[in-house]
Write a protein that binds this ligand. Structure first.
Ligand SMILES: *Cc1c(COP(=O)(O)O)cnc(C)c1O
Length: 392
């Protein structure tokens, strides 16, 4: 078969099942109110939890760094692309996360896809939560280790998997998201840690949606459960609450040095340019100084989740600023999102196969830059559409 035909056939199938992506265009900053496809909407589907993506201090830091260092880094980190800015950022990350060291990568995706195969190999079993992020799944696929899956956030099932396999493998890595992005629930990391320790398994936590959100002033899931120094590997991203881009890992000095020498997604890729790195440093400085950001995020989260529940919506298992509005049927979720958009609210419909069959939803994400007026307007729109489509 001709390759172009394979593309055309698959795209036609996706389109006929309405499973193809058609990204809307953002025509200005990512803010509480943002312009998409020519329309100003209240944005309820960004990962910009603390409103830092368009923060003055980050923009200022990026502009000054461009003036001093230029637009690009000119190399991969291992050769000529490590600027003093990258090293400063890594020290800042380690301090923020209370670890000995940190290493900054191109993205969270490239941490998971490059580091998991570097740490694990033959003789290893990676034990993974069934709802882990795709980048963890890809990292596991690239590893020579075997894989076993435990039921979502179920430590009894984790225990079952570990005890069934304890004689068969030499080494175990338990991998979990900290906050699960489809439901907004939190992994029971305290219990996971106890269980893993019983079996001598190492723990790998992905804090992408917990950074800047959970724990003391947004330090993340390890702070939330007070597990400092008990987690072998913590990774996360700057592309969510921190408002820029780039992934990181943090932990012991030995671990970070190992990661530096062994992950090809760190060694063989051009480093971030000065604007992004300087803005990332500024992001951590802003969070440390302005403790209102995280507080306001949670205040907004409580207000919005109560508002939705008060209207009669089912907000599923949400424990975080990720709040799904459970609808069940995929078509209903898509209609609901379109109706909301007409009323100036952008909430993402999430449907099969991104989530299990018959668990379609509108996923909303509240952030600290939403005003009470924004949230009231969004609730009013949810009420109108909910009534119109017979959901409430
Ligand atoms: C977003 C996300 C990533 C990827 O992070 P990027 O830096 O955007 O590549 C990895 N893991 C989880 C759980 C995520 O939600």
């Amino acid at each position: 078969m001709n390759l172009q035909e394979i593309f055309a056939t698959e795209i036609a199938r996706l389109k006929s099942e309405k499973l193809n992506w058609e990204p809307k265009q953002l025509q200005g900053p990512s803010s509480n109110i943002a312009k998409f496809d020519g329309k100003k909407v209240i944005l309820l589907c960004s990962n910009n939890y603390l409103g830092l993506a368009n923060h003055r201090a980050l923009k200022k830091a990026a502009i000054s760094a461009v003036k001093k260092y230029g637009a690009g880094s000119g190399g991969v980190r291992a050769i000529s692309g490590t600027m003093d800015l990258h090293v400063k950022l890594e020290k800042k990350i380690a301090k923020f996360k209370h670890t000995d060291a940190a290493l900054y990568y191109q993205s969270g995706f490239t941490v998971n896809s490059g580091l998991i195969p570097a740490i694990t190999g033959e003789g290893w079993l990676i034990v993974s939560d069934e709802l882990n992020h795709g980048s963890i799944i890809d990292g596991i696929r690239l590893s020579k280790a075997e894989k076993a899956v435990y039921k979502h956030a179920d430590t009894n099932d984790l225990k079952r998997v570990l005890s069934e396999n304890k004689e068969k493998y030499k080494n175990f890595l338990v991998a979990t998201d900290g906050v699960f992005s489809m439901d907004g629930d939190i992994a029971p990391l305290g219990e996971i840690t106890e269980t893993a320790q019983q079996f001598g398994a190492a723990i790998y936590v992905d804090d992408a949606h917990g950074d800047g959100v959970l724990g003391k002033n947004g330090v993340g899931i390890v702070s939330h459960f007070n597990l400092h120094k008990k987690i072998d590997i913590e990774m996360g991203t700057f592309s969510k609450a921190f408002g820029t881009t780039g992934g990181y890992v943090c932990g012991s000095n030995e671990f970070c040095e190992f990661a530096l020498n062994k992950s090809r997604t760190w060694l063989l890729t051009g480093s971030h340019g000065p604007a992004t790195v300087a803005a990332s440093i500024a992001a951590l400085e802003v969070i440390e100084k302005d403790t209102k950001l995280v507080k306001n995020l949670w205040k907004n989260r409580e207000y919005f989740v109560k508002g939705l529940q008060g209207l009669g919506f089912n907000t599923g298992k949400s424990q975080t600023p990720i709040i799904p509005v459970m609808l069940g049927d995929s078509k209903l979720a898509k209609n609901f999102s379109n109706e909301l958009f007409k009323l100036g609210i952008y909430g993402l419909p999430i449907v099969f196969p991104m989530v299990a069959m018959n668990t379609a939803r509108i996923r909303t994400q509240v952030n600290s830059s939403h005003t009470k007026k924004d949230l009231d307007k969004a609730l009013e729109a949810f009420k109108k559409v909910g009534k119109k489509l017979n959901v409430i």
